[in-house]
Write a protein that binds this ligand. Sequence first.
Ligand SMILES: C[S@@+](CC[C@H](N)C(=O)[O-])C[C@H]1O[C@@H](n2cnc3c(N)ncnc32)[C@H](O)[C@@H]1O
Length: 217
Amino acid sequence: MRYDITNIAIEDYLHALMPPRSAVLGELEQRAKQHGWTLVGPVQGEFLYLLARTTGVKQALEIGMTTGYAAIWLLQALAANDGHLTGIEANPGRSALAREMIGKAGFAERVTIQEGTWFTILPTISAQFDLIFLDVLRSTTPDHNASQALEMCLPLLRPGGLLVTDNVLCSAQVLEEDPPPLVQGIKQFNEKLMAHPQLESVIIPLRDGVAISRKKE
Ligand SMILES: C[S@@+](CC[C@H](N)C(=O)[O-])C[C@H]1O[C@@H](n2cnc3c(N)ncnc32)[C@H](O)[C@@H]1O
């Protein structure tokens, strides 16, 4: 069974209230509709921007980039904070498109894109990030599951830093008692996240469910 988390009319109302986006974000929103890409959308994009901007994020990591849409929202904040974004994307065509669109938005020098899977790339990174945007939960598998992604992200998050995870309510399928393996993995992730001794977290029913977690000092 699938449920809608957000009332579509409310989403339309929120979209209509928003000021026009930059040309590149507008183009990506149009292309997403044509191609069925699942991007965060303008409300969640603005939310990411405000989070990064108000907390002074300088070093950010995005896991799962598609076209660079969320990355551009984050980069708008990072540019104001003189910061940098590292991105991970497994699909070569998508990472090339993300690079192109981020360049078109004027942020080419503020991004490093690593092409490959999160489970191979994360263990090779030694940097500490102020914000990690984990946006691959819907692509996780029993072999490389959401809880593993959480454990791999934590050492890369500086104390006081923010982990933002998308799709934690997975079209409300988390309500099912015996959901498919992907959703079981997301339910386990949510339980681990909310009880994790190193984190303080809240899950917000925004769009497909967004978790915000702060790493304790
Ligand atoms: C939900 S989309 C990301 C959307 C993007 N954050 C945005 O809102 O603009 C998830 C992306 O993760 C990528 N992906 C899937 N499995 C992956 C993996 N194992 N490692 C890295 N990227 C992966 C997919 O190719 C897809 O582009």
